[in-house]
Design a protein around this ligand. Structure first.
Ligand SMILES: [Cu+2]
Length: 69
């Protein structure tokens, strides 16, 4: 398992939090998802054989949020 921390912009309510959580949960190999609305932060663990950073970022972007450095 690899750990990933991302800063995510555009989350404004718990609906956004569950939206981000849902798209990440749908990706095989992803678990321990933690989304902080206050900090604009997402952390998760993923299996590098099943997912990768670019795939995870793309899923967040497709859900309508911005991943920032
Ligand atoms: Cu929202």
């Amino acid at each position: 398992m690899e750990k990933l921390d991302l800063n995510v912009q555009g989350m404004t309510c718990q609906g956004c939090v569950s939206g981000v959580t849902k798209v990440l949960e749908a990706i095989p190999g992803v678990n321990s998802i933690n989304v902080s609305l206050e900090k604009g932060h997402v952390s998760l663990n993923y299996d590098p054989h099943q997912a990768n950073v670019e795939l995870l970022k793309a899923a967040i972007r497709e859900a309508g949020f911005e991943v920032v450095p």
